[in-house]
Design a protein. Sequence first.
Length: 162
Amino acid sequence: MDLCVIVSDYFFRNSLCLYVFLPGDSLLLTVGALCSVVEIMHLGYMISLLFIAATLGYIVNYHTGRYFGGRIFNLKSRFIKQEYLYKTNEYFLRHGGKTILLARFIPFARSFAPLAAGSSNMNYMHFMLYNILGALLWICLLVGGGYLFGHALIQVGDLVDG
């Protein structure tokens, strides 16, 4: 597996809502498991690169929401109710940090939370704090868990062979 493909794929999973149906968790677990088997894939480097990709992806998604947010609020549509947009805005003013942090662990929310944060004009420094914390927790837990799982499989294989 090419390192550039893994990191760029992960960046796009976090920056575009088009990837909402593709599971990102399994990619992180697989990368962690491969780190325990393939000597070229160093665990620390992979965590660092995926952390950067996840953080930058959320930044792009936030700014996309910020750019299109005003246009969405002014849009007259029977599918998008203004009342729901205002409720989302109020929600992010009160609970935006927790949402950005926890959205990493919820598949559909992961794609739309930074977009909603940007469109509701969530404070950027506040967003970045929780973006960085969420990305760090999520990447470390999933890649680290995959690494431990891969390492355990190797030990089980050694027991069976030995």
